[in-house]
Design a protein around this ligand. Structure first.
Ligand SMILES: C[S@@+](CC[C@H](N)C(=O)[O-])C[C@H]1O[C@@H](n2cnc3c(N)ncnc32)[C@H](O)[C@@H]1O
Length: 589
């Protein structure tokens, strides 16, 4: 919203503003929005989800979701039903390589197009604005990208989320062998990480499990608490209350901090550590003091931006995974390794009940990694995968979502036979397979199917999906009851009354004739919210999408104002604590 009420200004004043604006340079990214071919996927219709039971996996109710359709539609549906709910969003956007990786208006985008970058930016921008409304405050969005658009994407994300929301730019080493064709061989890609609340994100982000290499630093010397290592007590810098003398109890040798440094902890903390027998002066008692850190105390490493292929896989590994699952690498061209997705989820979705979205799901690697993580730690994280059919004018029957994404995830859930390693154990889980259906707002009466209404109701109430029934459909989650009357026949209404009489707790009843239903249920003591179809769905959809507005000039300017950071003594005290405990624990050599 603009702060100026332009309607109250005179023509002269408006002309003056425009003249000044014409000569003012504006910081930030701009692209030729008006010149790019309009994205035919953009529309203002209502978006419903039609369940396809035959493509769903496992028995209902289904906690996970695969959405087939353009992600612009899927995101607008989710903006109504899932605003502010996702812990993590990962997207692997088309990189705009010019090499058939970007389908735009049902054709592969022509790399020679004069508005190549602008078209890509407009396409991504429209979707990022929607995605922003789906994130929890301390949630995060991670976007994979390579050199083709990394600089544009960074500026775009600053614009959509704000510079202050930047968390990290991680480097993924995608190759393990040298690439000799370029002057300087390309070996990495980027993962840009943003959060609406970076401090909140820092408090909840996951730490990384120690690998064999990191564990090998901890030695077993027969200590009752097991393996440990010595961590230096010295830090760089000068802090008056960290500049004391330390005397070795074995030899009486006196130690002072090294030149240009201080001890990591203040005296009282040092005495505490000594009391607990955690200060070490070397085998002979003559070495600089260090702190004993036990392997059993380490709950993981602080993530950093360097993601080498040994830890998270490489493109070749990803292709072999596709080969292993489908028997051919041609099933999907640009997969990410599952280990890379596991790393993203370890950091961004550590909670066992995290909700994760990938709206450029491709072959479904993100869901595969999530299922593996759940299997590993007994979690019940849930996913929403969105994939297009990737149909083009040349290949109109292609259905990537159904034939690759869903097939892979089903195989991961049910187990499959690998060409190389034999049977692969089932990871468990289930999903509902739904297709986006757009219905013009003025045609909802005839365009909304019962299945779409019921799916919308369940999603909006936070219930897992189940198939719609003829007559009365119902679902209970906790003490919340959601019900849908597809008609007002006596049998349907009587079944509803019986259901409500046996239920205690908040209840939502959807119907095409809410007054009729309400009158039938009069005298019932339950607390019932009546939702009218289609008018209340239409209103909810409009409201959900109304929050999704383009960042205005004023907002952009507000974001550009740097914050003054006041340094107080508290900062120093925090750091002492951190250096004494958290930092060391998180950074094994
Ligand atoms: C780089 S791939 C993602 C690969 C994925 N990370 C994996 O490991 O399999 C990008 C995917 O986004 C899909 N896509 C492109 N535009 C889309 C759109 N508008 N809606 C939904 N999916 C889209 C493409 O079909 C492609 O499969």
């Amino acid at each position: 919203m603009s702060r100026i009420d332009y309607s109250s200004l005179t023509k002269e004043q408006l002309v003056d503003i425009l003249k000044r604006r014409d000569v003012q340079a504006r910081y930030g990214l701009s692209w030729e929005r008006l010149n790019v071919d309009a994205d035919r996927a953009l529309n203002r219709d209502f978006v419903g989800l039609e369940l396809d039971e035959s493509l769903s996996c496992g028995p209902s109710p289904w906690e996970n979701l695969i959405i087939e359709g353009d992600n612009f539609d899927a995101l607008r549906h989710l903006a109504t039903t899932h605003a502010g709910q996702f812990h993590a969003i990962y997207i692997d956007v088309p990189y705009n390589t010019g090499n058939k990786d970007f389908v735009y208006n049902d054709n592969f985008f022509d790399a020679r197009n004069r508005y190549r970058h602008s078209t890509w930016l407009e396409f991504i921008y429209q979707r990022l604005v929607l995605a922003r409304s789906l994130l929890r405050d301390s949630g995060s969005i991670v976007v994979s990208i390579d050199d083709n658009e990394v600089f544009n994407l960074g500026l775009l994300m600053n614009q959509v989320f704000g510079e202050k929301c930047f968390v990290a730019n991680c480097i993924w080493q995608k190759r393990y062998s040298r690439e000799n064709r370029s002057a300087i061989g390309d070996a990495h890609e980027y993962l840009l990480v943003y959060s609406l609340d970076p401090d909140g994100f820092k408090n909840r982000r996951g730490r990384l499990a120690l690998g064999d290499k990191q564990k090998s630093v901890y030695k077993d010397t027969g200590h009752v608490r097991g393996k440990w290592r010595a961590v230096s007590l010295s830090a760089q810098g000068f802090r008056p209350n960290q500049m004391y003398e330390i005397v070795s109890p074995q030899t009486g040798k006196v130690f002072v901090p090294p030149e240009g440094g201080c001890w990591k902890v203040i005296r009282s903390r040092f005495d505490e550590l000594t009391e607990k027998g955690l200060i070490y002066f070397g085998k002979d008692g003559n070495a600089m003091p260090s702190r004993m850190q036990f392997l059993e105390d380490i709950d993981g490493m602080t993530p950093w931006t360097w993601w080498p292929h040994e830890e998270v896989g490489h493109t070749d590994e990803a292709r072999k995974e596709i080969q292993d699952i489908f028997g051919t690498q041609t099933a999907f061209d640009t997969p990410k390794p599952t280990r890379l997705m596991e790393r993203v989820l370890q950091i961004c979705a550590p909670e066992k009940d995290a909700l994760v979205l990938d709206f450029f799901a491709g072959s479904g690697t993100t869901a595969h990694a999530l299922l593996r993580m759940n299997k590993g730690d007994g979690g019940h994280r849930r996913f929403v995968m969105v994939s297009s059919r990737e149909a083009t004018d040349e290949n109109p029957d292609k259905n990537l979502c159904r034939d690759v994404c869903a097939v892979r995830i089903r195989k991961a859930i049910e187990g499959y036979r690998s060409e190389k390693t034999g049977p692969v154990a089932a990871l468990g889980g289930s999903f509902a397979y739904v297709k986006t259906v757009t219905v013009p707002m003025h045609r909802l009466e005839e365009g909304l199917s019962d299945s779409m209404v019921w799916t919308f109701a369940l999603q909006a109430c936070g219930h897992p999906l189940s198939p719609v029934q003829a007559g009365l459909s119902s679902s209970v989650k906790g003490n919340h009851l959601a019900a849908y009357c597809a008609n007002t026949k006596p049998a349907t209404l009587t079944a509803l009354r019986t259901l409500l009489e046996g239920h205690q707790g908040p209840t939502v009843v959807l119907s095409w004739a809410p007054q009729v239903v309400q009158a039938f249920l009069s005298g019932l003591s339950s607390v019932v919210s009546y939702v009218g179809v289609p008018q209340d769905l239409q209103r909810a959809f409009r409201q959900g999408n109304a929050q999704v507005h383009e960042p205005t000039l004023v907002e952009d300017e507000a974001r550009a104002v740097p914050e003054t950071v006041e340094v107080t003594d508290d900062t120093a005290v925090d750091e002492v604590d951190e250096l004494g405990v958290a930092d060391d624990d998180g950074e094994p050599a």
